[in-house]
Design a protein around this ligand. Structure first.
Ligand code: SF4
Length: 401
């Protein structure tokens, strides 16, 4: 059994934005409606105890706790401090991180004190240029949220708070110019950027795409608009004369292409080690599954009655810990499978079929194929150039280069 090392806690189940692509509030699963607004301290305490038990069972010195929502900072500074205290004192060393839209940092400065004191790494969701961001990420009034988000990111990037700033998360949008989006994010000097493909399935396909489930691995032909978008961003990032920032998706694919292992759920074949605890203590799988169908992320378990060992043994998690054997037949036969990994599990969903509807290639199959082939070509050319320099300098290169 693969132990969990990442515990994503939904500490607040509502949001202060009304983004039109939100998989939580606009997706197939509407379970948030029946959940408490914020995770109560007894639930946090119980979760902390379950985490400590799990860490002890598996000899883990350190685990990650990701605070999520809704909008996690809606819990307020006092409650945030109390819940971080519960989690920090339960047992193993805890690395805290938090994903936010940033707005509460402006309205409640005491949150920043708590985040510093508890050493919480903060990632902010920001979708490229002002126009890109305001196309989807809306205030409840319907106005765009870029101005306030940008102010919050500037605050986080200021010398006083810079140590908290983990990076920016940007959802890919075909209506955006990829290079302009990347450069707009760079203006905030983020330590890292993560590009996220919009959550979609074969039943609810991404904007601008209408595809049938493929019956064989991709050939590198045909339209791949999300792949082309990412290629343009990759080339801009890769060709920069000096390292401007890290881009998680590109770095992880590069590691995989060079024979290493990636830690991401989005690519590669690493077993899933992330589990979600909802505000009421329900144990669930990754949130992204909520895009598939109502209840797709459910396990029937909760921290009141079950330990994380039972969750790790649950068939839904086991299916995502079997590497190549956990993929459907098309992905299993694909030459890129070790790198692509079939994409994010949720993106493979099509109604019916084997594996509970998840034994299909990703709805982004053509895009992942296009991006990975392009990156492989660029890395190969770079390595060949390095080998030439090494030969000219009399240094013997590795025979495979
Ligand atoms: S989703 Fe990835 S692994 Fe599966 S067939 Fe497509 S490119 Fe290959």
């Amino acid at each position: 059994m693969v132990p969990f090392r990442q515990f994503l806690l939904k500490i607040h189940s509502r949001c202060n934005l009304a983004c039109d692509y939100c998989y939580m509030y606009e997706g197939a699963d509407q379970s948030w409606r029946s959940r408490p607004r914020r995770m109560a301290l007894p639930t946090v305490r119980r979760t902390a105890r379950r985490i400590a038990e799990h860490a002890a069972e598996h000899g883990l010195d350190e685990v990650s706790v990701v605070l999520h929502g809704g909008e996690p900072l809606l819990v307020g500074a006092g409650h945030l401090d109390a819940l971080l205290g519960e989690l920090a004192s339960a047992g193993p060393r805890v690395r805290f991180s938090l994903q936010t839209n940033g707005l509460r940092l402006l309205d409640e400065p005491a949150l920043l004190d708590v985040l510093h004191r508890r050493r919480v790494a903060v990632g902010v969701s920001l979708d490229g240029t002002r126009a890109d961001h305001d196309r989807h990420r809306l205030l409840p009034s319907g106005a765009g949220s870029w101005a306030r988000t940008a102010e919050a990111v500037r605050l986080l990037g200021s010398p006083e708070h810079r140590e908290l700033f983990a990076g920016l998360l940007c959802v890919v949008d075909l209506a955006a110019d990829p290079v302009a989006a990347y450069e707009a994010l760079l203006e905030f000097a983020p330590p890292r950027i993560d590009f996220l493909l919009p959550h979609a399935t074969w039943e609810a396909q991404p904007a601008g795409v209408r595809r049938s489930v493929p019956l064989s691995p991709p050939s590198g032909e045909g339209p791949a608009p999300y792949g082309e978008w990412l290629i343009a961003a990759f080339d801009r990032w890769y060709d920069a004369p000096r390292r401007e920032t890290g881009v998680r998706l590109f770095e992880e694919l590069a590691v995989l292409l060079l024979g290493g292992r990636a830690a991401s759920e989005a690519v590669g074949l690493a077993p899933v080690d992330l589990v979600v605890v909802e505000a009421d203590g329900t144990i669930e799988q990754a949130d992204s599954l909520k895009v598939a169908f109502d209840g797709a992320a459910g396990t029937g378990l909760d921290v009141w009655r079950h330990g994380f060992a039972e969750a790790a043994a649950h068939p839904a998690f086991r299916a995502r810990q079997r590497g190549l054997g956990g993929l459907g037949p098309v992905c299993e036969a694909c030459p890129l499978a070790r790198v692509c990994g079939g994409g994010l599990y949720a993106h493979r969903y099509a109604a019916g079929g084997e594996g509970g509807g998840f034994a299909h290639p990703s709805v982004y199959c053509a895009d992942l194929d296009r991006l990975i082939r392009h990156m492989a070509g660029r890395l190969r050319a770079g390595l060949a150039g390095l080998a030439g320099v090494a030969r000219a300098g009399g240094v013997s290169a590795h025979p495979s280069v």
